[in-house]
Ligand binder design. Structure first.
Ligand SMILES: [Zn+2]
Length: 129
């Protein structure tokens, strides 16, 4: 006969009036679950706070001025930020390439904005007599 108040007995215990595990067995199980949860939380690496470098911050500031462009091409905006991060990272060897690619991406993104603004102003003009 196994002793009550253990996790092993909790699975078989039917000693409570409602046919479930008795108090000691339940608390043993609760302690077990709590410990397991803590282990699980401890094993999950807490993500380091993202550090934003000067280049990425510049891109963020720039994109903040063109929310329409970011809405339309979130892929380009994310791509520009990713390439800014490469330039901010210690892996500087790839930086010249990333800088060129970032500028092309931003140019593409903002070219769309200017065209959009032009179209919008043309629409505004045609709407007025
Ligand atoms: Zn029990």
């Amino acid at each position: 006969m196994a002793q009550h108040g253990t996790r092993a007995q909790y699975k078989r215990c039917r000693d409570s009036p409602n046919g479930g595990p008795c108090g000691p067995c339940r608390s043993a199980n609760n302690a077990y679950e709590r410990e397991r949860k803590q282990k699980r939380l401890a094993s999950v690496p807490t993500p380091a706070a993202p550090t934003i470098g000067p280049v990425e911050q510049g891109v963020i500031d720039l994109l903040a001025r063109f929310p329409d462009a970011v809405d339309r091409r979130p892929d380009l905006a994310a791509s520009a930020r990713a390439m800014a991060r490469i330039q901010d990272s210690p892996a500087g060897a790839q930086a010249p390439n990333a800088a060129r690619q970032m500028h092309l991406t931003l140019a593409e993104l903002l070219k769309g904005t200017q065209r959009h603004h032009k179209l919008a102003s043309i629409r505004r003009m045609t709407r007025h007599p």
